[in-house]
Design a protein. Structure first.
Length: 417
């Protein structure tokens, strides 16, 4: 999606300030934002407003947000900070920050798919420098891409949003779960093939793309065309005919021994499989004799900086350093310990936590970033329609090429009208 003219100039200005904020004092504690006190002995007094979900501020959860902010303050004797806190869930950031950025928090948490709207509102700063380099080093490429837009970074991610596989360990071995086709030989597998958030994983496995290789090229459009895409449609035509395949999940397919979902359905898996609950990143599928890695859509929750506030205008380095700290290794570890917020930081050892490991593995090698492009809105309905037609049997090997090309045309034709 092209940037609005009004933003192009302002973002360029923000980049220069953000780079300055991110680069100060590279020898400092990088998880505290990479800042040091330099040579000045003068202490800067400032008030910082931070917004986060209520759960992160409650006593029952150890007051994670307040604790981390105070630790940040103690780590920076060059700053004397007073914190004020507001309640705002990640999903509400677009509304609460975007309505009037000048009255919003200096630092806040947000869902990554809100980046374009926050940019339009002038409520999120472009980031750079040592803080971003540290974040890139500690996170997977996919995770970094979730907070990147048109080649720039707009947040520090701290947990992922994606889906993976739950399975019954009494039915499938660790070798079995590497291949969906092997699994289908041994037990019933449920998959929501009519859901467009899921069906893309098959097409992407065989080289189809959405707005380029990393989702960041608006001009590239959606490429679910040609032999590579038709081969996937043919695969799916056979898949739905397999007696060991069913559309849905373990709720709708009671005898399913494996299904695909995210952390929100962990209890469903435990209810179905008990002590035999297994969790893993996505398997491969076999197309034309070759193993192809399924890849789910991925997003994240992140910490952002508001460039419209007085603090940012006077001391951007404080806001940027705090945001980096709240999504840094120490803060993610504490988040995980207190609230079981699964980290993105590769430095954190999740031990034998299969749920955390599966999500982190998925972000590392079996997912792609869900594109933030405006034209992504044209993907969902044609993909859903294809899934429904395949499951209903109206897509066949005879018309697979025609149906696939029609889907691709619809995904792209509407986007340019």
């Amino acid at each position: 999606m092209e940037m609005r003219k009004a933003l192009t100039t302002s973002l360029a200005a923000l980049l220069s300030v953000s780079m300055l904020a991110g680069c100060g004092g590279g020898s400092g504690n990088q998880e505290s934002g990479g800042q040091d006190s330099g040579t000045s002995t003068e202490t800067v007094d400032a008030t910082v407003t931070v917004w986060g979900p209520q759960e992160d501020q409650s006593k029952d959860n150890g007051e994670w947000l307040q604790t981390m902010c105070q630790q940040f303050n103690e780590a920076h004797p060059e700053w004397n900070l007073t914190f004020t806190y507001g309640t705002c869930s990640e999903g509400d950031a677009k509304t609460n920050v975007g309505t009037d950025p000048t009255a919003a928090a200096d630092v806040y948490m947000f869902a990554n798919d809100q980046i374009p709207d926050l940019i339009k509102a002038g409520g999120i700063a472009e980031l750079g420098g040592a803080n971003v380099e540290t974040m890139k080093k500690n996170n997977s490429e996919t995770t970094v891409n979730t907070v990147s837009y048109n080649g720039s970074v707009y947040g520090f991610p701290f947990t992922a949003n994606t889906w993976f596989m739950y399975y019954d360990k009494s039915v499938f071995t660790e070798d079995d779960i590497k291949s969906l086709d092997t699994m289908l030989e041994k037990g019933k597998v449920a998959f929501p093939i009519e859901n467009s958030w899921y069906i893309a994983s098959f097409y992407v496995a065989n080289g189809c793309t959405l707005f380029g290789a990393d989702g960041g090229n608006a001009d590239a459009g959606i490429d679910f065309s040609g032999d590579k895409a038709v081969a996937v449609t043919d695969y799916l035509v056979d898949l739905v005919k397999n007696p060991n395949f069913a559309n849905g999940d373990v709720s709708s397919v009671s005898d399913a021994k494996a299904f695909f979902s995210g952390t929100w359905d962990y209890q469903k898996a435990l209810d179905a499989y008990g002590d035999n609950t297994g969790i893993a990143a996505l398997p491969t599928i076999t197309i034309n004799g070759e193993a192809k890695q399924m890849k789910s859509f991925a997003g994240s929750k992140a910490v952002g900086v508001n460039p419209a506030t007085a603090l940012y205008k006077e001391h951007p380095e404080i806001a940027v350093a705090l945001a980096a700290y709240l999504a840094g290794t120490d803060a993610q570890q504490k988040h995980y310990d207190l609230r079981n917020i699964i980290p993105t930081d590769s430095n954190i050892n999740v031990g034998d936590d299969a749920l955390a490991k599966a999500q982190m593995d998925t972000m590392s090698y079996s997912s792609i970033v869900q594109p933030l492009q405006e034209a992504m809105g044209q993907y969902w309905t044609p993909a859903e329609s294809m899934g429904k037609e395949i499951n209903a049997g109206t897509v066949t090997h005879d018309n697979a090429a025609e149906k696939t090309e029609a889907m691709n045309k619809s995904m792209n034709e509407s986007a340019v009208q």
